[in-house]
Design a protein around this ligand. Structure first.
Ligand code: PD2
Ligand code: ZN
Length: 285
């Protein structure tokens, strides 16, 4: 096929296949078999069948089974405010495909300051800085400083983790410990995927502990003076960091077709602090 676009005829065909009982993954397989690019095919499926119309990591098959396999806030009814147990959280923006949701006021100002204070004592350079042949430093993908909290290690961390589990309807024990990053002016996080690369030698051993990552929540702990947006290059989205707000996205399999490439744009002035919660398929201990 030369030019591939999602036409009304293609959408009608997908709707008919679904109506007669074919699950989304069978429709995807048929499309791929007749030469459709996987990303375009998934976009078309999502447009016709809904937000999670793609085979889940576990490969269950039907649209209903797929939607059960990912963290997902309860966005039914387009309510502007969600009940996260101990706090009402605003939905500032929601995108279906890829699933990206921006929350406002997930954390209070005091909670943000509390996490920064607890993390600041333990910050270390995030990445080993590589050196060129002449000994000068190579700019690594992530030029921030970071640390990990143990899950549930303080009352504040437990409270925030419980809220996240309620909001995203994903068991608390399927989450990694919160990671805090501090970006100074000029620091950035180049675009990457958060899932573990299936082709990387270390991945099988990483997956023994909790399986793949299936979702990410980046919480902004301060508002930088300038720069530092979280960017999604595949979909042209930039989320401005605002203290207490957060951006959530999920990915049903470890593949670029999920369109979850994302990065942290350089901080231009001031500092940027974030806390990231990665969600796994299974129990992470
Ligand atoms: O700080 C960010 O905006 C950012 C961007 C990309 C954080 C992460 N990835 C991450 O923690 O995975
Ligand atoms: Zn990331």
């Amino acid at each position: 096929m030369s030019q591939q676009i999602v036409t009304p005829e293609l959408c009608d065909w997908i709707a008919e296949q679904s109506r007669v009982g074919h699950p989304a993954d069978a429709i995807l397989a048929a499309m791929r078999g007749s030469g459709w690019d996987e990303t375009i095919a998934r976009q078309a499926l999502a447009r016709v069948l809904g937000p999670v119309a793609a085979p889940a990591v576990g490969g269950a098959g039907t649209v209903a089974a797929m939607s059960a396999g990912l963290p997902e806030p309860d966005l039914a009814g387009s309510r502007p405010v969600l009940d996260a147990g101990d706090r009402q959280v605003k939905v500032a923006m929601a995108l279906r495909q890829p699933r990206v949701v921006v929350f406002a006021d997930l954390l209070s100002v005091e909670e943000c300051d509390g996490i920064v204070a607890q993390a600041a004592k333990r910050l270390a350079r995030s990445e080993t800085v590589a050196t060129n042949a002449d000994g000068s430093e190579v700019n690594s993908a992530r030029t921030s400083d970071g640390m990990f909290f143990e899950r549930g290690e303080s009352e504040l961390i437990r409270r925030v983790e419980t809220r996240i589990a309620t909001l995203l309807r994903w068991p608390l024990d399927h989450g990694e410990g919160l990671q805090v990053l501090r970006y100074r002016p000029g620091a950035e996080y180049q675009p990457h995927y958060d899932y573990f690369d299936p082709g990387h030698a270390s991945t099988p051993s990483i997956l023994k502990r909790g399986g793949q990552r299936v979702g990410t929540l980046v919480i902004y702990l301060n508002t930088p003076e300038a720069g530092g947006a979280t960017t999604f290059p595949d979909i042209g989205l930039e989320v401005a960091p605002v203290k207490g707000h957060a951006v959530f996205f999920s990915y049903d399999r470890p593949h670029p077709a999920t369109q979850t490439l994302h990065g942290g744009a350089p901080v231009l002035a001031g500092e940027k602090w974030v806390a990231t919660k990665w969600l796994r398929q299974g129990v992470f201990n």
